[in-house]
Design a binder for this molecule. Structure first.
Ligand code: C2O
Ligand code: CU
Ligand code: CU
Length: 489
């Protein structure tokens, strides 16, 4: 279940139910602030290194008095946050209590292919899958989600996603804010479409072209969320669980914050920013100082990532966001405390030398009219693909040698696409021929590409019994063929 850890906070301002009953207008009730839900934390060490997850159907009230049919792990929407420790072996028993097949992918975990939870590790209804995951990587914010080929978008949209946190001694030694749900907040950002307060699944050509978008922003499944924070430095773990939307995040008062961790874990040193763009599949940890006690709203800019052609077919305002929108309101509480400080250095990274790269491969994420034409000529109507070919579970697209370092050059047709590679960490070597900017720093497993991006990829995990995937993390693109697979041996 999604727990309300700080339910004592549910004061008058948060009593949305009352406001709804008294309001004749649906819009008014929908706009009531709600206390941010914090998913339950399950620490593998307190469970004897064995965690149970059950994928199940349920009903969720995103708005008072309006129930939606949703999916979740151990609850009705999303799943618990799992914390695992570097060096441990953790069994996660996943039971499928859905009426359809599912799989659970550990996005960002460096583990062998057969444990990865991609489309080759399907769990039949009623069955339990019991991978034992060797945790051998630095502290990082990862996540887990459904990965059934052709059904990932719908299952994730309905709620099948959760957080997976890796922790280690290096991270603990830094003294970063780490009181879960208090000064270390997990924030799963999603946009969803509602009709009269009930979750609906948008369908159609637009959805296929630019991915499923929604008119409502949710954080941890909470609409119009507000959260109380202590008056000190707070760590936010931002996870983009949207199917397609790219976020452009900034605080309403334009305060700066420190970016401390990318997808692969902590950066070498904090980077001070005033805005941060994040795409589906990407994560970032930031430190925000609330010592001044002033309430502030985390906002996102307009969602403008759509093929040009679409703008001609529909008014841009029907397609994409409407200017700056609130994501989450923070209300600092209590006296100003002296808490954690922003460290000057975080962790040392072993730099990969690009001259060690043994080869280069190119991946163009292709879509739209180009893909349609190629599909018609090549048989098969695949609209989305990689290098013009739609994903085929029976076809191994690439073979890589275990231990190698390679340069992967990635680009995207018509719009920005978040490219994700399973089972690896990589660094951005260049973007559009130029050295990477601040946002491309750090170890990553997902990166936005439209203009060509060169990645230095290190293959440390075997994928022999089952391949790893690489794909666009716009889930509708992925489901419709913008994915390939590779073996590592
Ligand atoms: Cu987040 Cu292949 O997935
Ligand atoms: Cu992944
Ligand atoms: Cu895409």
């Amino acid at each position: 279940m999604m727990l309300t850890r700080r339910s004592f906070l549910a004061g008058a301002a948060l009593a949305g139910g009352t406001a709804f009953a008294a309001s004749s207008s649906w819009r008014g009730a929908a706009a009531e602030p709600r206390e941010l839900r914090i998913p339950e934390l399950i620490d593998a060490r307190s469970q004897g290194q064995s965690i149970s997850l059950k994928a199940q159907a349920g009903r969720t009230s995103f708005f008072p008095g309006r129930e939606s049919r949703t999916l979740g792990y151990n609850g009705s929407y999303l799943g618990p946050t799992l914390r695992v420790h570097r060096g441990d072996d953790v069994e996660i028993a996943v039971t499928n209590a859905l009426g359809e097949e599912t799989s659970v992918h550990w996005h960002g975990l460096l583990i062998p292919g057969e444990l990865d939870g991609g489309p080759h590790q399907m769990i039949r209804p009623g069955a339990t899958w019991r991978p034992v995951l060797p945790i051998r990587q630095p502290a990082a914010t990862l996540w887990y989600h459904s990965h059934v080929h052709g059904r990932t978008a719908e299952q994730v949209y309905a709620g099948l996603a959760g957080l997976l946190l890796v922790t280690d001694d290096d991270e603990k030694a830094l003294g970063l804010p780490s009181e879960y749900g208090v000064d270390d907040l997990p924030l799963v950002l999603q946009d969803r479409q509602f009709e009269s307060g009930r979750l609906i699944l948008p369908e159609g050509m637009m959805t296929l072209m630019h991915g499923r978008r929604g008119d409502t922003l949710l954080v941890n499944g909470t609409a119009n969320p507000v959260t109380r924070v202590p008056r000190r430095l707070v760590r936010l773990r931002l996870v983009i669980g949207s199917n397609a939307r790219i976020y452009d995040l900034a605080f309403g008062d334009n305060r700066s914050f420190h970016w401390i961790a990318s997808e692969g874990g902590l950066l070498e040193r904090p980077i001070e920013l005033r805005s941060l763009s994040l795409a589906p599949g990407e994560r970032a940890e930031i430190l925000v100082d609330f010592a001044d006690g002033r309430p502030v709203v985390l906002e996102t800019g307009p969602d403008t990532n759509a093929p040009m052609m679409m703008g001609m077919l529909a008014r841009a305002s029907d397609l994409i966001g409407h200017g700056w929108e609130p994501v989450l309101r923070f209300e600092p509480q209590g006296g100003a405390a002296t808490g954690a400080r922003v460290p000057e250095r975080l962790v040392a990274h072993e730099r990969l030398d690009a001259s060690r790269a043994v080869g280069r491969r190119r991946f163009a994420m292709t879509m739209g009219m180009g893909g349609m034409m190629r599909g018609m000529m090549g048989g098969g109507m695949g609209m989305h693909g990689i290098n013009g070919r739609a994903y085929d579970m029976e076809r191994i697209d690439e073979e890589v040698r275990l231990g190698d370092v390679e340069i992967w050059e990635v680009s995207g047709e018509m719009m920005a696409h978040p490219f994700h590679i399973h089972g690896v960490h990589f660094e951005v070597l260049s973007r559009n021929g130029a050295p990477p900017g601040p946002r491309d720093q750090g170890l990553r497993d997902t990166v936005v590409a439209q203009e060509p991006v060169e990645l230095l990829v290190r293959f440390t995990q075997p994928a022999v019994a089952a391949p790893f995937m690489y794909h666009c993390h716009i889930l509708e693109h992925e489901d419709n063929g913008m994915m390939g697979q590779f073996v590592v041996r």
